[in-house]
Write a protein that binds this ligand. Structure first.
Ligand code: DP6
Length: 359
């Protein structure tokens, strides 16, 4: 695999001081990534909608110092020093040091905040890691001024992937594919690419209401869940099915067959959770209210000839997906019928977004 292209060219003109701020989005997978090999190589291709409102804003202050053997950084989350998050970021820096050797020559102060409520159960690793990757790429483009925007985004996604797989899909938008797939031109296991074909207008400005069913810590992290796909009795079939679903959704996104979209997206969500139910050790991340909501969505769809559907990530929260044309009626349904199944009646209205922004 050609990873050499991502090793930064050594530079003699390291700037003394720099500071960059990036806002990067969360994303919601339609075809799920679940299962990987080292180093962060997915077992199947996945595709996600980039979100608009759920994002992380991160500033990194870089200060030049003597080169050291370890990476020197402080981490603040919502204004407070957050040492609990440091090991994940330290591991990230370890994985990327080969590609960004300049990180040994700076003291980094990282300040991060999320737009979504703290511990909402919304995974912040995708937006969090992609924000750090974008800040690093801003520094790198000062060191190497030849980098084009395309190259910057590609390497940012490559780096973000090494922190968290799904973070590779949080640089661009509105639809990103990660994982090598024969029917997606330019796709790669190493980084995410924008879905390369023209998308039907029915999927423009698609809506995602995130229903916060359970805001607690997950009992099983995604990383452990991915590992349980090794020796999983259904793993190989699942990886084949996911790649087949990616071929199908590629056509659906182009031809606008929304009924087929609904069917595929819900099947993907339930299959992801079926993999958890059939792992050993087995685990359940859905809560009773997750199922209540799913049943209500099915009833509503039937009664109103609606195109509403749901998806789930690795948790109990429900992402309700619907076309912009149904925004008013579905929002009304959410407020009247679904909010009561959410913790403290909390939900977040979001829609499809366009990726990272420097601020
Ligand atoms: C269920 O990207 O969080 O959300 O690579 O170990 O950090 P790591 O895992 P992560 O897994 C996300 C899994 C998922 C499906 C998806 O986003 O495709």
């Amino acid at each position: 695999m050609n990873t050499a292209q991502f090793i930064s060219k050594s530079s003699s003109n390291l700037v003394e001081k720099a500071s960059f701020t990036w806002q990067t989005p969360s994303n919601i997978a339609l075809v799920k990534y679940w299962g990987k090999s080292n180093p962060q190589i997915p077992k199947n291709a996945s595709i996600s909608f980039t979100l608009n409102n759920c994002h992380t804003i991160t500033t990194i202050d870089f200060e030049k110092k003597e080169k050291t053997a370890t990476v020197d950084f402080d981490l603040f989350f919502e204004g407070k020093q957050k040492d609990a998050f440091k090991p994940k970021i330290a591991e990230f820096f370890k994985r990327i040091q080969e590609y960004c050797p300049y990180i040994f020559e700076y003291k980094m102060t990282i300040n991060s905040e999320n737009s979504f409520p703290h511990s909402s159960g919304i995974a912040s690793s995708a937006s969090g890691l992609s924000a750090i990757a974008m800040c690093l790429m801003s520094l790198e483009s000062e060191l190497n001024t030849d980098l084009s925007e395309g190259e910057i985004n590609k390497k940012a996604s490559f780096l973000a992937r090494l922190g968290s797989g799904s973070a590779s899909r949080s640089v661009e938008g509105p639809l990103v594919v990660w994982g090598n797939h024969p029917e997606i031109d330019g796709s790669s296991d190493l980084y995410g690419v924008q879905f390369p074909y023209k998308v039907h207008s029915v999927f423009e400005n698609y809506q995602d209401a995130i229903l916060l069913v359970d805001k607690g810590e997950k009992q099983v992290s995604s990383t452990i869940g991915h590992n349980l796909m090794h020796n999983h009795p259904y793993a190989e079939n699942r990886f084949t099915q996911a790649n087949d679903n990616l071929s199908k959704i590629s056509k659906i996104l182009q031809n606008g067959d929304i009924k087929a979209f609904v069917n595929l997206v819900e099947s993907e969500a339930l299959t992801l959770h079926a993999m958890m139910l059939t792992s050993n050790p087995y685990f359940i991340l859905m809560k009773p209210n997750t199922l209540e909501i799913i049943n209500k969505i099915w009833e509503y769809r039937e009664e109103n000839n609606s195109n509403i559907c749901f998806t789930l990530d690795a948790g109990a929260n429900v992402h309700v997906l619907y076309p912009e044309s149904e925004k008013k009626t579905v929002n009304n349904f959410i407020e009247k019928e679904l909010a009561k199944y959410c913790q403290k009646n909390q939900y977040i209205y979001d829609s499809v977004g366009f990726g990272a922004k420097q601020i």
